[in-house]
Design a protein around this ligand. Structure first.
Ligand SMILES: Cc1cc2nc3c(=O)[nH]c(=O)nc-3n(C[C@H](O)[C@H](O)[C@H](O)COP(=O)(O)OP(=O)(O)OC[C@H]3O[C@@H](n4cnc5c(N)ncnc54)[C@H](O)[C@@H]3O)c2cc1C
Length: 380
C-alpha cells in the first residue's frame, strides 16, 4: 500500500468536492481529490443534466452571495472552456401571495438586495400562458438572474480546472476511513493511504458514514421528465417556460423547467413521499404506482397541456439536515477537518460558491460571506 502525502485531501468529488478541489488548487495548495466513482457519475446527488439556479433564495438571504459567487466562477470557467455552466432564463416563484415561494423569495430578495419583479396573475398568464386557467390568486416573483445549471458538466469542468492547476485526482477509489491523527489526517483507501494536514469531506449522501454523528438524512428522490401532450397549444421549451418553483393552491410544491438542448421538460414534487435511504442500498428501480402516480396527478392539475406520464425517470438522492440548510465549516471546530453537506435539495446552484468558502476556510482566509448560518455544529 503506497502512502501519498499532500497538504489537503478532498474526499468526494461531486458538486461541493470538485469545487473545493478546484478552488484549493487555484490557490497553489498541494491537494489530492478522491472519489469512489467516475467524475460526473450518476450514482450520487449531482446528475440528471440540469438543476434550478436562483439568486433570490427563499431558503436563506445569505445564500444570494453564494449563488452569485457560483455564477462568477462558472462564468469565468465557461469563457475558458467554451461551455455554458449557467443559463440565465430567469426563475419564477409561483403561488398565492402568502405561499412560501412568493413570500419567501420576496423576503430573501429584500434582505439580500436582489432585484426581482412581481407579476400579478394577469401579467403572469400573459407572459407565461402555461399558468393560465388556474387559481386567480396565483401570482409570481421573477428572479431575472435565475435559470439552470448543469451538474455533470459543471462537476467535470471543476475537476478539469483543478487538475490543470495541479490537483491530483483519484477517481474509482473508495475512502474507507478518515482518521484524525497527530498533526493532521489519515485517509485510507484500498490502494493507498493519504496523509495530509487537513481533509475536506464532501461525500454527499455518504457524509455521515465517514463522519459519524452528523445529523444528516439521505433520501431517495427520483428525477422525472415529461413531454407536452400531442397538439398542445402552449410552448414548453426553456425560453418560453423557464425554471420555476410553484406552490399549488392545495399546498403541494412543484419545481421544474422547460425542455432544452438534450433534455425534456423536468418537473418534480417537493414532498414526493421521499424515503430515507442508505446510500449504499438505494432502490434504483422506479415504481410506477408509488413513485409516479402522485406526481402525475399534480402535474395534470398544474399544467394540463403536459402529458402527466413521465417519459423518463431516474433515482437520485438529497441529504436533509434538520433545518434544511447546508453544513459548511469545521465540525467540532477541528483544524484538521472541513466539510460541506446536508444539501437538502437546493445545493447545486451554490457548489462553486461553497467550494470557494471551503478553500478559504482551509487556508485561513476571511470568507467572502457569512457562513454562521451553515455552521456544522449548530445542532449540537
Ligand atoms: C431530485 C433532485 C432535485 C434537485 N434540484 C436542485 C435544484 O433544482 N437546484 C439546486 O441547486 N439543487 C438541487 N438539488 C440538490 C443538488 O443536486 C445537491 O445539493 C448537490 O448535487 C449535492 O452535491 P454533493 O457534493 O453534496 O453530493 P454528490 O455530488 O453526490 O457528491 C458526493 C461525492 O462523494 C463521493 N463519495 C461518497 N463516499 C465516498 C467515499 N467513501 N470515498 C470516495 N468518494 C466518496 C460520491 O461518489 C460523490 O461523487 C436537487 C437534488 C435532487 C436529488
Amino acid at each position: 500500500m503506497s502512502t501519498i502525502t499532500t497538504d489537503v485531501v478532498v474526499v468526494g468529488l461531486g458538486g461541493f468536492g470538485s469545487a473545493a478541489l478546484w478552488r484549493l488548487a487555484e490557490r497553489g495548495v498541494s491537494v489530492a481529490g478522491i472519489d469512489r466513482f467516475d467524475i460526473g457519475h450518476n450514482l450520487g446527488s449531482s446528475h440528471g443534466a440540469t438543476r434550478l439556479f436562483r439568486v433570490a433564495c427563499m431558503e436563506h438571504p445569505g445564500l444570494a452571495a453564494v449563488a452569485r459567487r457560483s455564477l462568477d466562477l462558472w462564468t469565468g470557467l465557461g469563457e475558458r472552456y467554451g461551455e455554458s455552466y449557467v443559463e440565465q432564463t430567469g426563475c419564477l416563484s409561483v403561488g398565492s401571495p402568502a405561499s412560501l415561494p412568493v413570500r419567501g423569495t420576496t423576503a430573501a430578495a429584500e434582505a439580500a438586495g436582489v432585484e426581482v419583479y412581481h407579476l400579478s396573475h394577469d401579467e403572469l398568464v400573459r407572459r407565461y400562458p402555461q399558468y393560465a386557467g388556474l387559481d386567480e390568486q396565483t401570482v409570481a416573483v421573477l428572479d431575472p438572474e435565475g435559470g439552470l445549471c448543469f451538474p455533470e458538466r459543471n462537476v467535470r469542468a471543476q475537476v478539469r480546472a483543478a487538475a490543470e492547476a495541479g490537483a491530483q485526482v483519484y477517481p474509482g477509489t473508495r475512502v474507507t476511513s478518515v482518521e484524525l491523527v497527530d498533526g493532521g489526517v489519515r485517509v485510507t483507501t484500498p490502494t493507498a493511504v493519504f496523509e495530509a494536514a487537513q481533509a475536506v469531506v464532501t461525500a454527499g449522501a455518504w457524509n455521515a458514514k465517514l463522519l459519524p454523528g452528523l445529523p444528516l438524512r439521505p433520501r431517495r428522490t427520483p428525477l422525472y421528465w415529461f413531454a407536452p401532450k400531442e397538439g398542445a397549444s402552449q410552448p414548453f421549451d426553456l425560453a418560453a417556460f423557464p425554471s420555476f418553483i410553484y406552490e399549488l393552491a392545495d399546498g403541494r410544491g412543484l419545481w421544474g423547467h422547460g425542455s432544452g438542448d438534450g433534455f425534456h421538460i423536468k418537473i418534480g414534487l417537493s414532498d414526493h413521499g421521499h424515503d430515507d435511504t442508505d446510500p449504499d442500498e438505494l432502490d434504483r428501480y422506479i415504481h410506477p404506482r408509488r413513485d409516479v402516480d402522485r406526481l402525475a396527478e399534480a402535474v395534470a392539475a398544474a399544467f394540463p397541456q403536459v402529458d402527466p406520464v413521465p417519459v423518463k425517470a431516474i433515482p437520485c438522492m438529497i441529504t436533509n439536515s434538520p433545518d434544511e440548510q447546508f453544513l459548511v465549516g469545521r465540525p467540532g471546530g477541528d483544524p484538521r477537518l472541513v466539510m460541506a453537506g446536508g444539501d437538502s435539495g437546493h445545493g447545486f446552484k451554490h457548489v462553486a460558491g461553497v467550494g470557494e468558502l471551503l478553500a478559504q476556510i482551509a487556508v485561513g482566509e476571511e470568507t467572502y460571506s457569512d457562513v454562521g448560518f451553515m455552521d456544522p455544529d449548530r445542532f449540537a
